[in-house]
Write a protein that binds this ligand. Structure first.
Ligand SMILES: NC(=O)c1ccc[n+]([C@@H]2O[C@H](COP(=O)([O-])OP(=O)(O)OC[C@H]3O[C@@H](n4cnc5c(N)ncnc54)[C@H](O)[C@@H]3O)[C@@H](O)[C@H]2O)c1
Length: 347
C-alpha cells in the first residue's frame, strides 16, 4: 500500500515510524507545510519502506495514495481531509477532526456524501485497559454506574507555538476523555459544568486558553462524569479512567508507572513508587507517546485494515462530532460560568 502522511511534527513522526513497521505499507509519502521537516523525518526512517519527502502538501493528492494519515496542526485538518475525500483517498485524521464546529460538521457531511472512510485518531479506544473496562461495564460486573472519572495530566506543556492553533484545552485534550466516556459507557452526556484556571506559563492566557480544566458531566442515565486535564503534572503523564458502580469499581491506567504516590509510603518487599514488582526502577510515564504506544500502533493497524476493506471503521467522523459537541459545551460553560445543556450546541 502507498500511504501518505500530512504533518511531520511530534505525532506525525511517531505515526511515520509505526507505518514503516507495517508489512503492508510499501511506500510512505510525507509532506509538511515546512518541506524541510518532511525531508528531515524521511531521512530518519528505515530504508526498507520506500519513504519519499514531497515538496508540496498538494502533491499528496495526486500521488496515487491508498490512504492518508493527517497529523498536521489542528487548524489544517478539515481542509486536508476534504481534499482527500475529493480525491477518494481513505483518511486517518488525528483528533480533533477540525478546529471548530463548522469545520467538523462540514467534514462529517463530506465524508458521508462521498462514502470515503475517515477514521479519527482517538487512540484511547485501542488501549487494552479501556477496551476491557468497556466490556466489564457491559457485562454487568459493575452493576449500575454511579460515577465515571477520566483524567489527562501532561507532565509539561506543549511548545508555546502549538497552543494558538490547538483549539484550547477542552477541544485539544479533554476531548479524549469525553470520547472515552462515551465509548466505554455507551451513554450520552446531557449537560456539563466546566471550569478552568491559569497558574502556569502566560502563553496559555495570552491566546485565551487555560492550562488546567475540569468538567462535571451528567449522563443520560443519571450517572455522573468528571473529566480533568492539566498541562502541569510534573510527577509524570497520568491518563486514568475510573468506573464506580453499585457492585464493583475498576480503574485503567493504574500500574507501577502511574505518577501518584500512595501515603503513608510503605517500606519492605512491596514495590515503592517508581519501582516495579521485580524491584527494578521504573520511571513514571513521560508522556502520551509512552503511555499509549500500543494504542497508537493498534489504531494504525486498524486503519490499514479499513483501507484494505477488512474491517469497519472503528472511529467514524460522526463519533468525533459527538465528542466535539461535548468539548464545545464545556468551552461555552467555561466562558459563561453556567451549566450548559448539550442540546444548546447540537445542530
Ligand atoms: N491522539 C493524540 O494523542 C495526539 C497527540 C499529539 C497530537 N495530536 C494531534 O496531532 C496534530 C499534530 O500535533 P503535533 O503535536 O504533532 O503538532 P506539531 O506542531 O509538532 O506538528 C504539526 C506539523 O504540522 C505541520 N503543518 C501545519 N499545517 C500543515 C498543512 N496544511 N499541511 C501539512 N503540514 C502542516 C507543521 O509544519 C508541523 O510540522 C494535532 O491536531 C494534535 O491535536 C494527537
Amino acid at each position: 500500500m502507498k500511504i501518505g502522511l500530512a504533518g511531520a511534527g511530534r505525532i506525525g513522526a511517531r505515526h511515520a515510524a509505526a507505518l514503516c513497521q507495517l508489512p503492508e505499507v510499501t511506500a510512505l509519502h510525507i509532506a509538511d507545510a515546512d518541506p524541510g521537516r518532511a525531508r528531515a523525518l524521511a531521512s530518519r526512517l528505515p530504508r526498507e519502506t520506500r519513504v519519499v519527502a514531497l515538496d508540496a502538501v498538494g502533491d499528496l493528492f495526486s500521488s496515487g495514495l491508498d490512504g492518508l494519515v493527517v497529523a498536521a496542526a489542528t487548524d489544517a485538518h478539515a481542509h486536508l481531509v476534504e481534499q482527500a475525500i475529493a480525491a477518494r483517498i481513505a483518511v486517518f485524521c488525528e483528533k480533533p477532526l477540525a478546529s471548530d464546529l463548522d469545520g467538523t460538521f462540514q467534514t462529517v457531511a463530506a465524508a458521508a456524501a462521498a462514502d470515503v472512510p475517515v477514521q479519527v485518531g482517538f487512540q484511547r479506544r485501542f488501549d487494552s485497559g479501556n477496551a476491557a473496562a468497556r466490556e466489564a461495564l457491559a457485562s454487568g460486573r459493575l452493576g449500575w454506574l454511579h460515577t465515571v472519572r477520566s483524567c489527562s495530566f501532561d507532565p509539561a506543556p506543549p511548545p508555546a507555538e502549538y497552543v494558538p492553533t490547538s483549539g484550547g484545552l477542552f477541544r485539544d485534550c479533554v476531548i479524549h476523555d469525553l470520547d472515552l466516556i462515551r465509548f466505554v459507557t455507551g451513554r450520552e452526556v446531557v449537560r456539563v459544568m466546566a471550569s478552568g484556571s491559569n497558574r502556569g506559563d502566560d502563553f496559555f492566557r495570552e491566546c485565551g486558553d487555560i492550562d488546567t480544566g475540569s468538567a462535571l458531566l451528567v449522563l443520560d442515565d443519571g450517572a455522573i462524569g468528571l473529566v480533568s486535564a492539566t498541562r502541569y503534572n510534573a510527577a509524570g503523564y497520568d491518563s486514568r479512567l475510573e468506573l464506580f458502580g453499585s457492585k464493583d469499581s475498576i480503574v485503567t491506567g493504574m500500574d507501577d508507572r502511574t505518577p501518584v504516590t500512595a501515603l503513608p509510603e510503605r517500606a519492605g518487599p512491596e514495590p515503592v513508587p517508581g519501582t516495579g514488582r521485580d524491584g527494578e526502577p521504573r520511571s513514571a510515564y513521560g508522556g502520551f507517546m509512552e503511555r499509549f504506544a500500543d494504542a497508537y500502533d493498534a489504531e494504525l493497524r486498524a486503519f490499514i485494515d479499513v483501507v484494505a476493506g477488512r474491517r469497519a471503521n472503528p472511529c467514524p467522523p460522526e463519533e468525533a462530532l459527538e465528542a466535539f459537541y461535548l468539548a464545545e459545551a464545556c468551552e461555552l460553560s467555561l466562558r459563561e460560568g453556567r451549566v450548559v445543556g448539550t442540546d444548546e450546541v447540537r445542530r
